[in-house]
Design a protein around this ligand. Structure first.
Ligand code: SF4
Length: 221
């Protein structure tokens, strides 16, 4: 288990400031229903939310309640055509259809509020399950994607060698309990819009005085 390098007091300060910086942070994947969110999160693996939205928005505009039944009816080939611009589209289309069939056969078309049942679905791993459980069912969970991992490591909340699971475990220890439902979105927004991979905007960052990487990085200004 990686050690947290900063004090509990500083951890609290970090998350208090992130709460103030990103009060409106939320999931940026387009969706109208639980099924659509699950589908969008599955498709977002190793690609951007923007490209997933671009592929799914036309489907959801045409059919605002696009469901597992609609996806099965559409078929793998047509769905693949709709998402072909997304990375790993053939595998994702296959998994999406298999996921929709299982939802229909075992769960009455509903997204289960249960980690084990979610992770039984094709193409659903721990990160996807965490997003779904957090966004749809408000579980106090943190899904570690590339943004969350980068921010946590730069802030010294997890060691640079930590695996994604270790980063998740370190964050679950570091984040005050009252923030656990929302912090996932704050970290994603922070990584996406300020603590950017190539050029972190340290001069604009509200936690620059606490961040150990502040002096090692340059701002975009
Ligand atoms: S000070 Fe810079 S490196 Fe540290 S969290 Fe802020 S943007 Fe990221």
């Amino acid at each position: 288990m990686p050690k947290i390098k900063i004090s509990k007091q500083k951890c609290t300060e970090i998350f208090e400031r992130l709460a103030k910086t990103w009060p409106h942070a939320k999931c940026e994947l387009v969706h109208n229903t639980h099924f659509q969110l699950l589908l969008a999160v599955m498709l977002s693996a190793q690609t951007t939310d923007k490209s997933v939205n671009k592929a799914l928005e036309p489907l959801f505009i045409k059919k605002p309640h696009f469901s597992s039944k609609d996806l099965i009816k559409m078929g793998e080939d047509k769905f693949y055509e709709a998402i072909r611009q997304i990375g790993l589209a053939p595998t994702k289309a296959k998994n999406a259809l298999a996921m929709a069939k299982i939802l229909e056969e075992k769960h009455g078309g509903m997204v289960p509020n249960d980690r084990d049942l979610l992770e039984e679905l094709p193409g659903v791993g721990r990160k996807t399950a965490n997003v779904v459980l957090n966004v749809l069912f408000q579980h106090p969970l943190i899904a570690v994607d590339t943004h969350v991992e980068r921010v946590a490591k730069r802030l010294g909340l997890a060691s640079s060698e930590a695996s994604r699971l270790e980063v998740e475990e370190a964050l679950m220890k570091a984040v005050p309990e009252k923030y656990l439902v929302d912090v996932h979105h704050w970290l994603i927004f922070h990584g996406r819009y300020l603590c950017i991979a190539r050029k972190p905007r340290c001069l604009d960052c509200p936690i620059q005085d606490i961040c150990p990487k502040r002096l090692l990085t340059s701002s975009s200004r």
